[in-house]
Design a protein around this ligand. Structure first.
Ligand code: SF4
Length: 202
C-alpha cells in the first residue's frame, strides 16, 4: 500500500481514504494513482509510526516540501499527522510541511483545530472550490451541507492568523465571474489565492 509518493519536487503522504465530500472534479474518480503512486487506495489506514517510518525511508531533506495529500481528507487523521510533524520538526529537517485540505477539520474533529496546527504545519492549502454555498453543495456534496462552506471560511480566517502560508485554491473549470468571486472571498479571509488548472492527468 502506498503511504508516500513523489510528484514533481515534493514528497506526498497518503494517510486516509475517508472524505466528507464527493467533489465532481475529484481525482479519485479519474484514476487510482497520482505521480509515482500506482494506487492511492489504502487496504487500511497506516499507523502514525508507519507513516513516519515511510517518510524517513525517503530522505525528506531531498524534497522541496512534504505534503499531506492523498486520496482522502487528511484532517480525518489530524492527531496522527500532527504527531508525525512533531517528530519531523524534532529531527530538524528544513523542508516545509504542507497540508492540502478541504478546511472542514473543525467539523470533522468536533473542536477548534487551527491552534493545534500552529508551529507544526507551515503551509495550508485550502480548497475554496466555489463562490457560493449553494454551488459548493451542488458540486462538492459535503455531508455537512451548506454549513461546510462557512466552516471552511472560518477555518481559513483563523489559519491565516497563525500559519505562515495559507493558500486558497479553485480549479479553472468554472466561469471567470465565479473565479473572481472566489478571489474576493479569499482575500477577505487573509489567504493567498491560487487558480489550479483542471486536469485528470497527474
Ligand atoms: S475534498 Fe478532496 S478528496 Fe474529498 S472528494 Fe473533494 S477533491 Fe476528493
Amino acid at each position: 500500500m502506498t503511504i508516500t509518493y513523489t510528484y514533481g519536487k515534493n514528497l506526498y503522504v497518503n494517510t486516509t481514504n475517508r472524505c466528507d465530500m464527493n467533489c465532481e472534479f475529484c481525482l479519485r474518480a479519474s484514476g487510482d494513482g497520482v505521480g509515482s503512486a500506482d494506487s492511492l487506495w489504502l487496504e487500511r489506514e497506516p499507523t502514525r509510526e508507519e507513516i513516519l517510518a515511510d517518510i524517513l525511508a525517503r530522505d525528506p531533506s531531498a524534497f522541496a516540501q512534504l505534503v499531506f495529500c492523498g486520496y482522502g481528507e487528511p484532517t480525518y487523521r489530524l492527531e496522527d499527522i500532527l504527531w508525525v510533524c512533531r517528530e519531523l520538526k524534532q529531527r530538524q529537517y528544513p523542508l516545509p510541511i504542507r497540508m492540502d485540505t478541504n478546511g472542514h477539520s473543525d467539523l470533522i474533529n468536533g473542536k477548534p483545530t487551527v491552534p493545534l496546527m500552529a508551529g507544526l504545519i507551515d503551509v495550508l492549502s485550502i480548497s475554496l472550490n466555489n463562490g457560493t454555498a449553494r454551488a459548493y453543495v451542488d458540486r462538492c456534496h459535503p455531508v455537512f451541507g451548506e454549513a461546510a462552506y462557512q466552516a471552511m471560511q472560518d477555518f481559513t480566517r483563523q489559519a491565516a492568523a497563525v500559519i505562515p502560508t495559507v493558500l486558497m485554491t479553485v480549479v479553472d473549470n468554472m466561469p471567470a465571474e465565479e473565479i473572481e468571486q472566489c478571489r474576493k472571498i479569499c482575500e477577505g479571509l487573509g489567504a493567498t489565492f491560487r487558480v489550479r488548472h483542471y486536469s485528470t492527468n497527474w
